[in-house]
Design a protein around this ligand. Structure first.
Ligand code: NAD
Length: 406
């Protein structure tokens, strides 16, 4: 028996398991690789979560340096009870691979059969990239597909990341705006507050409104879901209403529905009027599984004042703004249009903390006192699962891959 005594908690090392006389107890091994994607600074599990998982009878191995860019040094992981490992040693040992982004194609071959991969796997945007998981008979859960039910609220990683993105979008806009946000009364006269327009008042939009208000801006917001009006007003912003002729704009899950071209145009016409006098526009409008709706047309942008700043948070799904270039900064006649692709990674400390807590709650669903146990009838595990022991189990992913549902 090879035991480590760390911070008062006695656990077996990642490589060795506790053996009690004849019976050998093998603990579930959770591996946290260093994220490989360009610009990614988040880490899937923080030391705080490692401590909880170790207390819940799991072993945790972390690739050396995995948390450094998010502000979590290797020593903190060791204190929390994790083993530091090279990537080459870590991957073959894993029972669960806890990731932020989908692992690199070359990683899959190093994993043993039956491994469970959990992370943002882009199952609907890039389904073909899941083929190696299916070919290796692995199991994979996509955090994007965790249902937004009351029971799953503490695992809602999409909301966690949208919160961070909404906050940071306002900060980058404020840094690029040639004006200040708050109204100031100085000896040199009065400085008027910045006027901010937020399009889409879901999780990211509401956080953008709250952040802009804290900085002292005057804020207006529009969302196709009339129900969002109450949230917008409670944050001290003005809700812009459009007469869409009484059509249904929200589905049973609380998400926006795809609108008719006429309804979309009415929204755009109203938005264009308000855009002409806005200093900052933050766009967050999305419809799940569809291209993002165009909210600011070429004409609307052309009528904006030079110096105005637009941050298009829907850039990765097609963009809400006519001139958005995903991942690029565009200067269009003096109007700055930013299309950031991964804002949560630019606030890696708190983004990792929130994600790690979501992931740890999710892992608790498959951790039976240190043993991996998956109940595919569970109402969170089932919809979040894209592959189970090599079979396609998600109807939309299976359809995209041309597979039968296992
Ligand atoms: P999202 O990222 O899919 O979309 C962002 C916003 O864009 C939404 O508010 C949507 O209504 C809006 N939008 C879409 N098309 C538009 C258009 N043409 N014009 C104007 N606005 C448009 O949404 P989200 O932030 O993930 O959340 C959407 C809903 O889900 C909200 O009602 C939110 O409260 C709810 N939600 C519930 C839970 C939960 O119950 N656990 C968790 C998170 C979110």
């Amino acid at each position: 028996m090879f035991l480590l005594d760390i911070a008062g908690v006695t656990i077996p090392s990642f490589a060795e398991s506790e053996s009690c006389g004849e019976r050998k107890r093998t603990y579930m091994k959770i591996a946290v690789p260093r994220e490989q994607q360009q610009g990614e600074a988040r880490v899937a599990l923080t030391p705080e979560s490692v401590k909880k998982l170790v207390a819940a009878s799991a072993e945790v191995g972390i690739e050396t340096g995995a948390g450094v860019h998010a502000g979590f040094p290797d020593a903190d992981y060791q204190t929390a009870g994790a083993s530091l490992m090279s990537r080459a040693d870590l991957l073959p040992e894993a029972d669960i691979l806890a990731c932020v982004n989908r692992p690199e194609p070359g990683d899959f071959a190093k994993l043993k059969q039956g491994v469970v991969i959990i992370g943002f796997l882009k199952p609907l945007d890039e389904p073909a990239a899941l083929e190696p998981i299916i070919a290796r008979k692995l199991t994979a859960f996509a955090m994007e597909l965790v249902p937004r039910s009351t029971r799953a609220q503490s695992m809602d990683a999409l909301s966690s990341m949208a919160t961070v993105a909404g906050y940071k979008a306002v900060l980058i806009a404020a840094a690029r705006l040639p004006r200040m946000f708050p109204m100031l009364m100085t000896a040199a006269g009065t400085v008027p507050p910045a006027k901010v327009l937020v399009l889409g008042a879901g999780v990211a939009g509401l956080q953008a409104i709250a952040t802009a208000r804290r900085l002292g801006a005057v804020v207006e917001a529009y969302d196709v879901r009339a129900a969002a009006g109450q949230d917008v007003k409670s944050l001290g912003a003005k809700f812009l209403e459009v007469d869409l002729g009484g059509i249904e704009t929200q589905d049973a899950g609380g998400y926006a529905q795809e609108l008719s071209p006429e309804a979309l145009q009415r929204g755009r016409d109203m938005v264009a009027k308000h855009a002409a006098t806005s200093d900052v526009i933050i766009t967050t409008a999305q419809v799940p599984g569809r291209k993002a709706p165009l909210m600011l047309t070429e004409d609307a942008v052309n009528n904006m004042r030079p110096g105005a700043v637009i941050v298009d948070l829907a850039a990765s799904t097609g963009g809400n703004v006519a001139y958005t270039k995903p991942g690029e900064d565009v200067d269009h006649n003096g109007v700055t249009i930013l299309g950031p692709l991964n804002l949560p990674a630019t606030v890696p400390g708190h983004a990792s903390q929130l994600y790690s807590r979501n992931l740890t709650t999710f892992i608790a669903l498959i951790n039976d006192k240190g043993t991996l146990k998956i109940d595919m009838n569970d109402d969170i595990l089932k919809p979040a699962c894209v592959a189970y022991e090599g079979g396609s189990v998600h109807p939309k992913v299976a359809a995209a891959l041309g597979h039968a549902v296992a």
